[in-house]
Write a protein that binds this ligand. Structure first.
Ligand code: OOG
Ligand code: MG
Length: 264
Protein backbone atom coordinates (compact mmCIF):
# COMPACT_ATOMS: atom_id res chain seq x y z
CA UNK A 1 0.00 0.00 0.00
CA UNK A 2 1.18 3.49 -0.64
CA UNK A 3 0.50 5.79 2.24
CA UNK A 4 -1.64 8.67 1.13
CA UNK A 5 -1.08 11.18 3.85
CA UNK A 6 1.30 11.78 6.66
CA UNK A 7 -1.65 11.21 8.98
CA UNK A 8 -1.74 7.54 7.97
CA UNK A 9 1.97 7.29 8.64
CA UNK A 10 1.54 8.98 12.01
CA UNK A 11 -1.23 6.59 13.03
CA UNK A 12 0.88 3.59 12.02
CA UNK A 13 3.90 4.81 14.00
CA UNK A 14 1.65 5.61 16.96
CA UNK A 15 0.30 2.04 17.05
CA UNK A 16 3.69 0.43 16.41
CA UNK A 17 5.26 2.42 19.20
CA UNK A 18 2.47 1.41 21.56
CA UNK A 19 3.22 -2.25 20.85
CA UNK A 20 7.00 -1.87 21.01
CA UNK A 21 6.91 0.07 24.26
CA UNK A 22 3.96 -1.90 25.73
CA UNK A 23 1.93 1.17 26.57
CA UNK A 24 -1.73 1.85 25.87
CA UNK A 25 -2.87 4.72 23.66
CA UNK A 26 -6.04 6.70 23.06
CA UNK A 27 -8.08 5.10 20.28
CA UNK A 28 -7.65 6.68 16.87
CA UNK A 29 -11.35 7.34 16.26
CA UNK A 30 -11.25 9.89 19.10
CA UNK A 31 -9.37 12.09 16.65
CA UNK A 32 -10.33 10.54 13.31
CA UNK A 33 -14.02 9.81 13.63
CA UNK A 34 -14.39 9.82 9.84
CA UNK A 35 -12.28 6.70 9.22
CA UNK A 36 -14.07 3.99 7.24
CA UNK A 37 -13.64 0.24 7.50
CA UNK A 38 -11.78 0.05 4.19
CA UNK A 39 -9.44 2.84 5.32
CA UNK A 40 -8.89 0.91 8.53
CA UNK A 41 -7.79 -2.16 6.53
CA UNK A 42 -5.39 0.06 4.58
CA UNK A 43 -3.94 1.31 7.84
CA UNK A 44 -3.63 -2.30 8.97
CA UNK A 45 -1.71 -3.09 5.77
CA UNK A 46 0.64 -0.19 6.38
CA UNK A 47 1.17 -1.25 9.97
CA UNK A 48 1.89 -4.85 8.97
CA UNK A 49 4.36 -3.79 6.30
CA UNK A 50 6.24 -1.67 8.84
CA UNK A 51 6.04 -4.36 11.51
CA UNK A 52 7.45 -7.07 9.22
CA UNK A 53 10.50 -4.89 8.58
CA UNK A 54 10.95 -3.77 12.15
CA UNK A 55 10.76 -7.28 13.61
CA UNK A 56 12.57 -8.84 10.66
CA UNK A 57 9.89 -11.50 10.49
CA UNK A 58 7.40 -12.92 8.00
CA UNK A 59 3.70 -13.53 7.67
CA UNK A 60 2.62 -16.80 9.27
CA UNK A 61 -1.12 -16.68 8.62
CA UNK A 62 -4.38 -14.94 9.32
CA UNK A 63 -6.62 -14.48 12.33
CA UNK A 64 -10.34 -14.03 12.33
CA UNK A 65 -11.85 -11.92 15.06
CA UNK A 66 -15.21 -11.16 16.58
CA UNK A 67 -16.70 -14.28 15.02
CA UNK A 68 -18.64 -15.17 18.15
CA UNK A 69 -21.61 -13.40 19.69
CA UNK A 70 -19.85 -13.53 23.07
CA UNK A 71 -16.91 -11.55 21.69
CA UNK A 72 -19.08 -9.16 19.69
CA UNK A 73 -21.13 -8.42 22.79
CA UNK A 74 -18.03 -8.05 24.95
CA UNK A 75 -16.61 -5.50 22.51
CA UNK A 76 -19.91 -3.84 21.60
CA UNK A 77 -19.71 -4.53 17.84
CA UNK A 78 -21.62 -6.79 15.48
CA UNK A 79 -19.23 -7.59 12.67
CA UNK A 80 -16.33 -9.97 12.16
CA UNK A 81 -12.83 -8.78 11.27
CA UNK A 82 -9.50 -10.25 10.19
CA UNK A 83 -5.85 -9.48 10.70
CA UNK A 84 -2.50 -11.15 10.07
CA UNK A 85 -0.25 -13.36 12.18
CA UNK A 86 3.51 -12.85 12.02
CA UNK A 87 6.07 -15.55 12.74
CA UNK A 88 7.44 -13.68 15.76
CA UNK A 89 3.98 -13.84 17.38
CA UNK A 90 4.16 -17.63 17.59
CA UNK A 91 4.65 -18.63 21.23
CA UNK A 92 5.18 -22.05 22.74
CA UNK A 93 3.60 -24.05 25.53
CA UNK A 94 6.99 -24.59 27.14
CA UNK A 95 8.08 -20.96 27.08
CA UNK A 96 6.23 -18.59 29.43
CA UNK A 97 4.69 -15.47 27.92
CA UNK A 98 6.44 -12.40 29.34
CA UNK A 99 3.88 -10.14 30.93
CA UNK A 100 6.22 -7.12 30.94
CA UNK A 101 6.30 -7.15 27.12
CA UNK A 102 2.54 -6.78 26.91
CA UNK A 103 0.03 -4.09 27.91
CA UNK A 104 -3.09 -5.78 29.28
CA UNK A 105 -3.15 -9.23 27.69
CA UNK A 106 -6.12 -11.56 27.50
CA UNK A 107 -6.26 -15.13 26.29
CA UNK A 108 -8.95 -16.84 24.26
CA UNK A 109 -9.52 -20.39 22.97
CA UNK A 110 -9.58 -20.97 19.22
CA UNK A 111 -9.44 -23.67 16.57
CA UNK A 112 -6.48 -23.31 14.21
CA UNK A 113 -6.75 -24.37 10.56
CA UNK A 114 -3.45 -25.40 9.00
CA UNK A 115 -3.80 -24.67 5.31
CA UNK A 116 -2.53 -27.33 2.89
CA UNK A 117 -3.34 -25.61 -0.40
CA UNK A 118 -4.16 -22.07 -1.51
CA UNK A 119 -7.81 -21.16 -0.94
CA UNK A 120 -8.93 -18.08 -2.80
CA UNK A 121 -12.11 -16.88 -4.46
CA UNK A 122 -15.30 -14.97 -3.91
CA UNK A 123 -17.38 -18.16 -4.14
CA UNK A 124 -15.38 -20.31 -1.74
CA UNK A 125 -17.58 -22.85 0.06
CA UNK A 126 -17.25 -24.85 3.27
CA UNK A 127 -16.20 -27.85 1.14
CA UNK A 128 -13.38 -25.79 -0.41
CA UNK A 129 -12.16 -24.84 3.06
CA UNK A 130 -12.25 -28.48 4.20
CA UNK A 131 -10.40 -29.61 1.09
CA UNK A 132 -7.68 -26.99 1.51
CA UNK A 133 -7.19 -27.63 5.23
CA UNK A 134 -4.53 -30.18 6.11
CA UNK A 135 -5.14 -30.28 9.84
CA UNK A 136 -7.00 -28.54 12.60
CA UNK A 137 -5.39 -28.00 16.00
CA UNK A 138 -6.30 -26.50 19.37
CA UNK A 139 -4.97 -22.98 19.86
CA UNK A 140 -4.83 -20.09 22.29
CA UNK A 141 -4.61 -16.52 21.15
CA UNK A 142 -3.15 -13.77 23.35
CA UNK A 143 -4.78 -10.51 22.37
CA UNK A 144 -3.41 -7.21 23.61
CA UNK A 145 -5.27 -4.22 22.21
CA UNK A 146 -3.00 -1.22 22.10
CA UNK A 147 -5.98 0.95 23.11
CA UNK A 148 -6.68 2.32 26.54
CA UNK A 149 -8.79 0.01 28.70
CA UNK A 150 -9.07 -2.48 25.82
CA UNK A 151 -11.93 -0.42 24.41
CA UNK A 152 -12.32 0.50 20.76
CA UNK A 153 -14.61 0.86 17.77
CA UNK A 154 -14.47 -1.49 14.81
CA UNK A 155 -12.15 0.69 12.73
CA UNK A 156 -9.79 1.17 15.68
CA UNK A 157 -9.35 -2.55 16.21
CA UNK A 158 -8.96 -3.30 12.49
CA UNK A 159 -6.17 -0.71 12.19
CA UNK A 160 -4.53 -2.25 15.27
CA UNK A 161 -4.29 -5.62 13.46
CA UNK A 162 -7.21 -6.88 15.50
CA UNK A 163 -5.33 -6.78 18.83
CA UNK A 164 -2.95 -9.56 17.69
CA UNK A 165 -0.04 -10.21 20.02
CA UNK A 166 0.80 -13.93 20.40
CA UNK A 167 -0.63 -17.32 19.55
CA UNK A 168 0.06 -20.87 20.65
CA UNK A 169 -0.80 -24.01 18.72
CA UNK A 170 -1.32 -27.31 20.57
CA UNK A 171 0.70 -30.30 19.48
CA UNK A 172 -2.17 -32.53 18.38
CA UNK A 173 -2.97 -32.22 14.69
CA UNK A 174 -6.30 -33.68 13.60
CA UNK A 175 -7.74 -34.30 10.14
CA UNK A 176 -10.64 -31.85 9.76
CA UNK A 177 -13.06 -34.48 8.47
CA UNK A 178 -12.38 -36.76 11.43
CA UNK A 179 -14.45 -34.75 13.90
CA UNK A 180 -17.63 -32.68 14.09
CA UNK A 181 -16.04 -29.28 13.65
CA UNK A 182 -19.38 -27.61 14.25
CA UNK A 183 -19.71 -28.75 17.84
CA UNK A 184 -16.40 -29.13 19.63
CA UNK A 185 -16.85 -28.68 23.37
CA UNK A 186 -14.23 -26.57 25.15
CA UNK A 187 -13.33 -25.85 28.77
CA UNK A 188 -10.76 -23.15 29.57
CA UNK A 189 -9.30 -22.98 33.08
CA UNK A 190 -6.97 -20.51 34.78
CA UNK A 191 -4.89 -21.58 37.76
CA UNK A 192 -7.06 -24.66 38.13
CA UNK A 193 -10.44 -22.91 38.04
CA UNK A 194 -12.84 -23.16 35.12
CA UNK A 195 -13.26 -19.71 33.54
CA UNK A 196 -15.03 -20.35 30.23
CA UNK A 197 -16.96 -23.19 28.66
CA UNK A 198 -18.17 -23.17 25.10
CA UNK A 199 -18.68 -25.01 21.86
CA UNK A 200 -17.23 -24.31 18.44
CA UNK A 201 -20.86 -23.70 17.43
CA UNK A 202 -20.33 -20.27 19.05
CA UNK A 203 -18.07 -19.32 16.13
CA UNK A 204 -20.62 -17.99 13.62
CA UNK A 205 -22.60 -21.21 14.31
CA UNK A 206 -19.79 -23.25 12.72
CA UNK A 207 -16.07 -22.42 12.32
CA UNK A 208 -16.33 -23.34 8.63
CA UNK A 209 -18.83 -20.51 8.20
CA UNK A 210 -16.33 -18.11 9.72
CA UNK A 211 -13.63 -19.44 7.41
CA UNK A 212 -15.91 -18.98 4.39
CA UNK A 213 -16.72 -15.42 5.49
CA UNK A 214 -12.99 -14.63 5.77
CA UNK A 215 -12.04 -16.30 2.48
CA UNK A 216 -14.72 -14.33 0.63
CA UNK A 217 -13.79 -11.07 2.34
CA UNK A 218 -10.12 -11.60 1.52
CA UNK A 219 -10.99 -12.43 -2.10
CA UNK A 220 -12.62 -9.02 -2.50
CA UNK A 221 -9.11 -7.63 -1.98
CA UNK A 222 -7.43 -10.20 -4.24
CA UNK A 223 -6.21 -12.26 -1.30
CA UNK A 224 -6.83 -15.63 0.27
CA UNK A 225 -5.46 -18.33 2.53
CA UNK A 226 -2.07 -19.56 1.35
CA UNK A 227 -0.53 -23.02 1.56
CA UNK A 228 1.31 -23.16 4.89
CA UNK A 229 -0.83 -20.49 6.57
CA UNK A 230 -2.00 -20.93 10.14
CA UNK A 231 -5.52 -19.51 10.39
CA UNK A 232 -7.12 -18.83 13.75
CA UNK A 233 -10.87 -19.10 13.24
CA UNK A 234 -11.88 -16.79 16.10
CA UNK A 235 -12.45 -17.03 19.82
CA UNK A 236 -14.99 -19.61 21.00
CA UNK A 237 -15.71 -17.67 24.20
CA UNK A 238 -14.95 -14.41 25.93
CA UNK A 239 -11.27 -13.70 26.44
CA UNK A 240 -9.90 -13.85 29.99
CA UNK A 241 -7.37 -11.53 31.60
CA UNK A 242 -3.91 -12.92 32.36
CA UNK A 243 -1.21 -11.73 34.73
CA UNK A 244 2.31 -12.80 35.66
CA UNK A 245 2.13 -16.12 37.48
CA UNK A 246 -1.02 -17.36 35.75
CA UNK A 247 -1.32 -20.58 33.82
CA UNK A 248 -4.16 -21.27 31.43
CA UNK A 249 -5.22 -24.52 29.83
CA UNK A 250 -7.95 -25.12 27.28
CA UNK A 251 -9.23 -28.64 26.59
CA UNK A 252 -11.14 -29.27 23.37
CA UNK A 253 -13.17 -32.43 22.62
CA UNK A 254 -11.27 -34.49 20.08
CA UNK A 255 -8.52 -31.91 19.69
CA UNK A 256 -6.73 -32.24 23.00
CA UNK A 257 -5.31 -29.50 25.14
CA UNK A 258 -3.21 -26.38 24.73
CA UNK A 259 -1.74 -24.38 27.57
CA UNK A 260 0.37 -21.36 28.43
CA UNK A 261 1.96 -19.85 31.47
CA UNK A 262 2.82 -16.21 32.11
CA UNK A 263 6.04 -14.90 33.70
CA UNK A 264 6.98 -11.40 34.90
C1 OOG B 1 -10.32 -8.10 18.85
C2 OOG B 1 -9.78 -9.44 18.42
C3 OOG B 1 -10.83 -10.49 18.53
C4 OOG B 1 -11.33 -12.96 18.33
O1 OOG B 1 -10.91 -14.11 18.23
O2 OOG B 1 -12.53 -12.71 18.44
C5 OOG B 1 -10.33 -11.85 18.32
C6 OOG B 1 -10.39 -7.98 20.35
O3 OOG B 1 -11.30 -8.53 20.96
O4 OOG B 1 -9.54 -7.30 20.93
O5 OOG B 1 -9.17 -12.15 18.16
MG1 MG C 1 -8.85 -14.25 18.53
Amino acid sequence: MTLKTSTDKDIIEYLLYAERDAHEVIKITDEHSELTISQAYELQDGLLERRLKEKNTKTAGIKLGLTSKAKQKMMGVNESIYGYLHADMLAYEWEPIRFSELIHPKVEPEIAFLIGEDIQGENITEEDILRGTKYVAPALEIIDSRYKDFRFKLVDVIADNCSSAKFIIGSKLVLPESLDLGNIGMVMSKNGYVEQTSSSAAVLEHPLKAMVWAARSLAKRGRGFKKGDIVLSGAMSEAITINAGDSVIAAFDGLGVVSISVSE
